[in-house]
Write a protein that binds this ligand. Structure first.
Ligand SMILES: NC(=O)c1ccc[n+]([C@@H]2O[C@H](COP(=O)([O-])OP(=O)(O)OC[C@H]3O[C@@H](n4cnc5c(N)ncnc54)[C@H](O)[C@@H]3O)[C@@H](O)[C@H]2O)c1
Length: 287
């Protein structure tokens, strides 16, 4: 038994696989769709080529890293020999549970099954398998080839050995893991980000300061690379809005109610960089 399998070759899975391969790990990358595997391979090749152009990677190492990712639409072949499986399929509980039940049958009995879900604690998925002790969350950040952090979140049944193996895999991939001992909505990073973002919207809605000044205050005063409004434009205001709405609906806490000004932006289709305008305007050449 050796190596890593990544299931789901979308925005996250493709780069999780490539990141591991850049650190010498052989990876099988699975998706149900051939077309998606082709896109993932092409996109990863583009990232590697840009590193070569910038002198940050030799052409030989880029070729080796590309060759270490083995795409396959056959799930059995993908996970049959894996030490660790990282799931990165759609954020849908039913899809994930069905997949974990399948992984439980196909992956070696000793392998760890990890989910990259941003919102679903592993306890909601692990009982679809006969090995809940070997299930854990490994939450990577987008874009995985750039963002260093992995939140390793243990569920109530996750064993110490599984936690250690998830931490070790993150480190072997050249990423910095942190351990979260209790399942909690938003884990660490998104909770802190949401709290800061919510306060920024409160200040804006109360007319305390304009959004540009709030961004400048956070960027210069806290040394964050982007203030909450600039970051919202970067990730997509629809994403920020949905996250706020999810927190409000699940907790019923008024403090999480999405700002009316954010809601208005989303309804007007001003979603940030991807639509050319959000809080700021983005001339086409900058997109
Ligand atoms: N996008 C982000 O910023 C981000 C950040 C952290 C975590 N996540 C989490 O990562 C996961 C994937 O997100 P994404 O943005 O990469 O999604 P995506 O839609 O880009 O990719 C999902 C991929 O999974 C494939 N897929 C779906 N069902 C499958 C199945 N049963 N078997 C095999 N492949 C299947 C799809 O064909 C698709 O290629 C989600 O759980 C999400 O919460 C996303």
């Amino acid at each position: 038994m050796s190596g890593l399998a990544v299931v789901g070759a979308g925005s996250m899975g493709a780069q999780i696989a490539q990141q591991a391969a850049l650190h010498g790990i052989d990876v099988r990358l699975h998706d149900q769709r051939d077309e998606q595997l082709r896109k993932a391979t092409e996109s990863n090749r583009g990232h590697l080529n840009r590193r070569v152009e910038k002198g940050r990677l030799t052409a030989k190492d880029a070729n080796a890293a590309a060759a270490r990712v083995h795409p396959t639409t056959n799930l059995d072949e993908a996970v049959g020999d894996a030490d660790v499986v990282i799931e990165a399929v759609f954020e849908d509980l039913g899809v994930k549970r069905e997949l974990f039940a399948e992984l439980d049958k196909l992956a070696p009995a000793a392998s760890v099954l990890a989910s990259n879900s941003s919102t679903m604690g592993i306890s909601r998925i692990a009982d679809a398998t006969r090995r809940p002790k070997q299930c854990v969350n490994m939450h990577f950040f987008y874009p995985v080839l750039v963002m260093d952090l992995v939140e390793v979140v243990r569920g109530p049944e996750t064993s110490d050995e599984t936690v250690d193996r998830a931490l070790a895999m993150a480190r072997a991939m050249g990423r910095t893991p942190v351990l979260i001992n209790k399942e909690i909505d938003g884990f660490i990073v998104n909770r802190i980000l949401h709290a800061a973002t919510q306060e920024a919207y409160r200040l804006l809605d109360a007319g305390v300061a304009g959004f540009e000044d709030i961004d400048v205050a956070v960027e210069k005063g806290l040394n964050w690379p982007m203030g909450p409004f600039r970051l919202g434009d970067f990730s997509g205001l629809d994403v920020t809005y949905r996250a706020r709405k999810h927190m409000f609906e699940t907790t019923g806490d008024e403090r999480y109610r999405p700002s009316p000004r954010l809601e208005a932006k989303v309804q007007a289709g001003k979603l940030g960089r991807k639509t050319g305008e959000g809080w700021y305007r983005y001339p086409k050449a900058d997109n």
